[in-house]
Design a protein around this ligand. Structure first.
Ligand SMILES: O=C(O)CCC(=O)C(=O)O
Ligand SMILES: [Fe+2]
Length: 202
């Protein structure tokens, strides 16, 4: 079973070296973030996926939508659904994120956490299609949620970073190789949050 967060809210500094994680608050203003949050919630083609965990089918506790360049991926051979076409808002955000991250992305995964019951379990984004040391740029709109990080080889080595509305976090280097992350459920009342993770799929 998934647990609620064990960590104290530790502010904006993750404590991790910048070679692994960068945090850029206020990439988008409060007004812009509020506008984009509402637009994404209302207009994205949200899916709720069913995944297998230990042979049991479970419904993912959040909604997702994904977008990619038409030529970015051989979708059919990987059994993935067709991506959606970029919207003007996503292209605007992508451009801004690319300037700060210094990488050009060809896809984005949107996650919609409706309330404190929505979450993503411990994982690392180490799919083959992302390459060995992927740069993943994560933009958050809406409710501040805690992003927990733990070392794979020693779960006691852990960090937690509050992802604020309008902020950009860049994950890179060995982060996906040696660390896992999650957004835990919360007992506190939580308003909606939309997160965008820009990726390069190869
Ligand atoms: O919502 C977040 O901040 C994290 C999402 C995430 O880890 C993912 O999409 O792989
Ligand atoms: Fe992730």
């Amino acid at each position: 079973m998934e647990q609620t967060s064990l960590f104290k809210e530790s502010g904006q500094s993750s404590g991790l070296p910048v070679e692994l994680l960068e945090y850029h608050p206020d990439l988008f203003s409060e007004t812009q973030s509020e506008f984009l949050l509402k637009k994404f919630i209302a207009e994205s083609p949200w899916n709720q996926k069913i995944i297998k965990i230990y042979d049991k089918e479970v419904i993912t506790p959040r909604l997702t939508a994904w977008y990619a360049d038409a030529e970015a991926y051989d979708y059919t051979s990987l059994g993935r659904s067709m991506p959606n076409f970029w919207t003007p808002e996503l292209l605007m955000i992508k451009q801004k994120v690319e300037l700060t991250a210094g990488v050009q992305f060809n896809s984005v995964l949107l996650n919609y956490y409706r309330d404190g019951n929505d979450s993503v379990a411990w994982h690392s984004d180490n799919e083959k299609a992302l390459g060995k040391r992927p740069v993943i740029a994560s933009v958050s709109f809406g409710q501040v949620r805690c992003f927990d990080i733990r070392r794979k080889s020693n779960h006691r080595e852990k960090y937690s970073i509050r992802l604020e509305s309008g902020a950009l976090m860049v994950m890179k280097g060995d982060l996906q190789m040696n660390w896992e992350h999650r957004i835990a459920k919360s007992m506190k009342p939580m308003k909606p949050r939309v997160n965008l993770t820009f990726r390069v799929v190869i």
